[in-house]
Design a protein around this ligand. Structure first.
Ligand code: NAI
Length: 339
């Protein structure tokens, strides 16, 4: 696979990369290195532009290829180089490198990270953004369609995070972003492969957030909605007009900034709306009779189905396993005391 490396440093211009348009202190990324996968177009391109404009050294990775992941940089236009050119023309002193390998292979992931380390000396930010679609209803979905979508989204994000991990641990600093989707959170017709991979990323992010804490590595997941090649035939034109991918970038940049301490979060950005998800759990129903192994156990579940499922004032927001377990143990204790 061809490895394309560009290193752009403007020689002449001394002006600042970007100037704050208002009086408040601009949140900048000077001295930080960001790797952004799939940054040759769409959302990834916006992240690259915004971070470069605020002083970050950016490694733009993009394999190229079509929306289904076929083709690649050797066959089609080199999307990563185009974004590097765009940054160079807007901010001549920006430091940018490119790589056009697929994130689906561990050697490639290692090389992408090595490229950033060789050129910039460190890796502070990893935005796992590369993505493809192979939509088909479940009955018609081939194993290849399943595997390939998982390889890019879930395996690719795993490989890239793994390749960055030891460097981030060593420098005691890291910001990782996973990219999920409403298709994962809610399901979507024709996207069994994509939904499963996107929900898998939420689990991966939750665990990396826990494991990263002792090394000052944060990991958060975003759920974007934006007009891009991926959505051009899905979103109605009037909706697409409101969903400029540039609007997603500020949320991602904030999560990658050193002032942001959030970790293990799940955030949505769509148009100019930003929000957060949390898991909610019902108060549930304790059924002491079941522990004696009564043979009406299934009937007991059926009888109390409403209490098990109903969200009321006893429902809780669960944002950690610790909170989950504490709540469970309190419930069991209450029952023991009531005997
Ligand atoms: P896009 O199709 O415009 O950009 C994706 C980029 O990833 C492409 O440039 C493509 O060449 C690159 N890519 C694909 N496979 C790759 C690989 N193996 N290695 C390296 N690069 C690869 O899509 P968009 O909309 O910008 O999506 C970015 C991310 O956001 C994706 O993960 C997508 O699933 C996710 N997303 C997008 C939504 C939207 O509304 N646009 C909604 C929910 C999630």
């Amino acid at each position: 696979m061809r490895l394309c490396i560009r290193y752009l440093i403007g020689q002449t211009s001394q002006r600042c990369l970007a100037t704050a348009s208002t009086n408040h202190q601009q949140l900048r990324f000077d001295g930080r290195t960001a790797i952004i996968t799939g940054a040759g177009r769409g959302l990834g391109r916006e992240y690259a532009l915004l971070l470069a404009s605020r002083g970050a050294q950016v490694l733009i990775n993009d394999f190229g290829g079509d929306r289904s992941g076929k083709g690649g940089a050797d066959l089609l236009e080199n999307a990563a180089e185009k974004v590097a050119d765009e940054i160079a023309s807007k901010w001549p002193e920006a430091k940018v490198a490119t790589n056009c390998e697929s994130v689906t292979y561990s050697d490639n992931a290692r090389r992408i990270v090595e490229t950033a380390l060789d050129k910039f000396g460190r890796v502070d930010i990893l935005i796992n953004n590369a993505g493809i679609l192979r939509d088909r209803s479940f009955g018609k979905m081939s194993l290849d369609d399943w595997d390939h979508v998982h390889a890019v989204h879930l395996r690719g994000s795993y490989l890239m995070s793994k390749a960055c991990w030891s460097h981030m641990c060593k420098q005691q600093y890291g910001k990782i972003i996973m990219t999920s989707s409403t298709s994962g959170l809610y399901g979507n017709f024709g996207q069994a492969n994509y939904s499963a991979a996107k929900m898998g990323l939420v689990g991966l992010s939750n665990t990396l957030a826990i494991e990263g804490q002792r090394n000052n590595i944060t990991c958060n997941t975003i759920v974007p909605m934006a007009a891009s090649r991926m959505t051009h035939d899905i979103l109605p034109e009037d909706v697409a007009k409101k969903l400029n991918p540039a609007y997603v970038a500020p949320l991602v940049a904030w999560l990658c900034h050193e002032n942001c301490t959030e970790t293990g979060g799940l955030f949505e950005a769509a148009g100019q709306w930003y929000g957060r998800y949390k898991l909610q759990r019902t108060g549930g129903q304790y059924l002491p009779g079941l522990r004696e192994g009564n043979d009406d156990s299934v009937e007991q579940i059926s009888k109390h189905w409403r209490e098990i499922c109903h969200f009321d004032q006893r429902s809780i927001q669960v944002d950690s396993f610790h909170k989950h377990l504490t709540h469970l143990l309190q419930t069991l204790e209450t029952d023991d005391n009531s005997k």
